[in-house]
Design a protein around this ligand. Sequence first.
Ligand code: ADP
Ligand code: ZN
Ligand code: MG
Length: 508
Amino acid sequence: MTNDEVNKKYIPIIGLEIHAELNTRTKMFCGCVNNTDEVNPNHNICPVCMGHPGTLPVINKQAVKHVLKMGVAAQGNLADYTEFDRKNYFYPDIPKGYQISQFKYPLVSGGLISGVELTRVHLEEDTAKSSHDATKSVDANADKYSLVDFNRAGLPLMELVTEPVIHSAEQAVTFAKELQTLLRYLGAGEANMEKGEMRVEANISVSRADSKTPEGKLKFGTKVEVKNLNSFRAVERAIAYEIARHIDILEATEIGNTTEKIIQETRGWDETKQKTFSQRVKEDSNDYRYFPDPDLPKLKLSEIPEFSRDSLYAELPELPWQKRDRYKKDFGMKDEDAEMFVQQSLMREFFESVVSKIGTENVETIKLAINYITSDLAGLIKKTDSILEKIPVSPEAFAELIMMIKNSEVSSRGAKDTLAIIFTDGLAGNISTSAKSVAMSNGLIQKNDPEELKRILSEIIAANQSVVEDYKNGKQTALQFFVGQAMKATKGSANPELIRNTILEIIG
Ligand code: ADP
Ligand code: ZN
Ligand code: MG
């Protein structure tokens, strides 16, 4: 069998569990500052988030709101009644012996993002962060220490679980990226994977395409869970690796070539080896003895006006998929351009203010703007080494430049040069608000006034009669001399084609 035929025999099944830290002023249940950039360990801590006995947690309203908005955006069901539960287990990063989470009554059930059905979205607290093998960092005589930093303890953490309906590594990445974009649009979180603000766990199994349950549904294979995926690339590669590993085992089993079995287990991703590895075999499912946290009030969401679906809905911004559709429909944007604008907030904000200057009804001009942003401006940005906090071009000047191109006041060469000057000035802190004055002072305004050009050329010709003679005697390069002189006189702003025609007209 070919590789293709083998792959057709099987259907990968993937479900994701994604945690995302939410953007709030304070932590989930206490007044400590929520700052994921804090570099000093154990700086933002208090008895509540350290889990000291006798302390009382208080629910962070903003965090609840973020999750509910997420639910509205994904068209999921918002809970009416909800509560927080204690998930009991011991680990040094959760010394109070339980994590406050939600079990029976998640804030959101169902919903759809990127065509993937959601099971639930709930709210919990993040744990502290352990660093293992902190070799000799504390005591020079010791071999190893494990250290715990509580800055992260008690940060509001959203957990989103999808149904097992994803069928490829690429689809899983598309989903995770869309979730990241959505979190950013909602202002719910930064969701940078490399900072651990968003963490993806993938559940993977492989079914034989022809194996059905008695009800005629696809029979699921044994699933494994892969953790520690801290980049989109890792998500994609780990899932692809697992799918291939499962298929290999299933194929080898079929021809009696192995005794190896797929076992239900938790695996990690080894970035160096680009392989998954077994971390622990799931024995019985953990018994966390969930029970409602007696220190926290139950929430009856319908009694809180600002949590009603309507008022949350009214606060939603234009969502990523809505923006994508609008860009394509209204401006005929290419897929990759629409994607770039949807994902990159600096470019998007710039583009949207340029559009507001040009006016949405001027579609052709906006298309021209899109071209200049995605090619020339993007090119200039790429050439700067530093990461830009802001695009150093004012949307006014940019929109004006586009209008000048449209009105043939500047050639496309002249426009590129004008933009480069505006950009360089802007990087140096001089933000020009007028493209016209920049083009003018650099002699980049296109001189397409035929009378003016005729006057300039007549002068040049009069001063160079011998060259005219040469031309008349058949020396073609003589014409090039005049074009060069005219370009010089107009600082390169004249149309060469027009120059050539005008010369011929004069010298006949
Ligand atoms: P567990 O009890 O092991 O935590 P859940 O049923 O709660 O499993 O599901 C956890 C995640 O695993 C969900 O994202 C779900 O979609 C996914 N999942 C469940 N069964 C499978 C399967 N057979 N293959 C792939 N993913 C699965
Ligand atoms: Zn605290
Ligand atoms: Mg589960």
